[in-house]
Design a protein. Structure first.
Length: 359
C-alpha cells in the first residue's frame, strides 16, 4: 500500500547516486519469490480460448487482483485490463527500487528511466494524434522517475507546447525544445539515444562484477534494438540516408561499424551479411527474401533476449542479473496478456494471437 501511495502522491523512491552497500542476497531472494508467481507458459493457451470477460475474471484472481479491484470502479472490459496491467507493472518495479540498496538501487533506477522516455513519447504522440487524456493514460507506465501524478498532469495538458513547458527543467528539456510538432520521430530517436548514453555514463568504467554484467545486459539490448531496426528498414525498403541516425552505438555482438555496413544493403544482401553474425543461427529459420511479416523475427529476438537473461541469471545468482531477468520476464508477461486481450477485442483468430506471443 505504501508503494502505491508513493506512486500516486508523486513521491520518488529513487536515489540519484549509490548510497551504502548493495543488498544483493535480500533483493535476489525477494525477486525469486516474485518470479515464481509469473504465469507458466501452459496458461497462455487457456487464456486464448477465453472471452474477454473470462480473461478479466481470471486476471483478477492473480497477482493483478488489487489492480483490477481498484480500477473496476473506473473502467471495464479491455480498458480495465489495459490500465490494470500498466498499474501493476508500475507498482511492481517501484517495489524493486524500494527493496534494493546502494549500487544495486542506483543501477535499477537508471535502467527504469526507460519508462520516463516511454511516457514522454506516449504523451507527445497522443497530442500529435489528438488522443484524449484517458487514451494517453491507457499506455502510461509510471515506473521511472516521473511519478504517476506528474505524468497524469502532463497527459492532461491541452497542447504539446504545454507538455514541453512543464518539462523545461527536466533532463530532457534540451531535446524537447527542438520539437516543432512535426519532427516527432527525430525527437523520439534523440530521447532513446540519450537514455543509453546516460546508462553508459551511470555504469562508467565497469570494474565491479555487477557493473560488467549490467553493461553486458544493456549492450545486448542495443543489439536487439538495432537488429529490429535493420529488419524493418530492409523489409520496407527504406533507404533514406537519415535513417542511419536510428542506429544505436554500444552493441555487444554487433559493433556500430558492422551495423553501419548493413544499412545501405538490399534486403537479400543484408541477410547474407547477417549470416556472418552470431545471431544468424537463431534467426535463419524465420527470415528470408519472401517473408511476409516481421512478427516471427521480432518474436525470435525477444525469446532470445529472455533466454540469454535467464541463462546468465543461473550463472550469477547473487548479482544484478536475476533482477534484470525478472524485469524482462514481467514485461513479457504483461505484453503477452496485452496481446491476447487486444487480439480478442479486434477479432483476431486464435492462431494469429498465438503467433505474436513470446512464450
Amino acid at each position: 500500500m505504501r508503494l502505491l501511495q508513493r506512486l500516486k502522491r508523486g513521491m520518488s523512491t529513487q536515489k540519484s547516486r549509490p548510497q551504502g552497500n548493495s543488498n544483493y542476497a535480500y533483493t535476489t531472494a525477494r525477486v525469486r519469490a516474485m518470479k515464481s508467481k509469473l504465469l507458466p507458459k501452459e496458461t497462455y493457451p487457456r487464456l486464448i480460448n477465453m472471452q474477454i470477460d473470462e480473461i478479466t475474471r481470471f486476471v483478477g484472481e492473480l497477482e493483478y487482483k488489487e489492480d483490477v479491484d481498484y480500477l473496476a470502479r473506473f473502467y471495464e472490459g479491455v480498458d480495465l485490463i489495459e490500465h490494470a496491467l500498466n498499474r501493476n507493472l508500475a507498482v511492481t518495479f517501484t517495489k524493486l527500487i524500494s527493496i534494493s540498496e546502494g549500487e544495486l538501487n542506483f543501477l535499477i533506477s537508471e535502467y527504469l528511466k526507460k519508462y520516463d522516455i516511454w511516457n514522454i513519447k506516449t504523451i507527445l504522440r497522443g497530442k500529435y494524434c489528438g488522443a484524449s487524456t484517458d487514451e494517453i493514460l491507457e499506455a502510461v507506465v509510471a515506473a521511472g522517475r516521473l511519478t504517476y501524478t506528474f505524468t497524469s498532469e502532463l497527459a492532461a495538458k491541452p497542447t504539446y507546447e504545454d507538455v514541453i513547458a512543464s518539462l523545461s527543467t527536466s533532463e530532457y528539456a534540451s531535446i524537447l525544445k527542438d520539437y516543432d510538432g512535426t519532427n516527432l520521430s527525430v525527437i523520439e530517436n534523440r530521447l532513446d539515444k540519450k537514455y543509453y548514453q546516460d546508462l553508459f555514463t551511470a555504469i562508467g568504467d565497469p570494474k565491479s562484477k555487477d557493473r560488467k554484467l549490467f553493461s553486458k545486459f544493456i549492450r545486448t539490448d542495443i543489439d536487439m534494438k538495432n537488429l529490429i531496426t535493420l529488419f524493418r528498414l530492409k523489409k520496407y525498403k527504406v533507404n533514406d540516408p537519415e535513417t542511419a541516425d536510428l542506429i544505436l552505438d554500444g552493441g555487444l555482438r554487433l559493433k556500430y561499424k558492422e551495423v553501419e555496413k548493413m544499412m545501405p544493403l538490399a534486403f537479400e544482401d543484408f541477410l547474407t551479411e547477417l549470416e556472418n553474425t552470431s545471431y544468424w543461427e537463431e534467426l535463419s529459420d524465420c527470415c528470408g527474401p519472401n517473408m511476409d511479416s516481421l512478427t516471427d523475427v521480432e518474436t525470435k529476438l525477444k525469446k532470445l533476449r529472455l533466454k540469454t537473461a535467464a541463462s546468465f541469471s543461473h550463472v550469477y545468482p547473487l548479482s544484478i542479473v536475476p533482477i534484470m531477468d525478472y524485469i524482462l520476464s514481467k514485461e513479457n508477461e504483461v505484453n503477452n496478456l496485452r496481446i491476447i486481450i487486444r487480439g480478442k477485442a479486434v477479432g483476431l483468430s486464435d492462431e494469429e494471437i498465438k503467433s505474436q506471443l513470446v512464450i
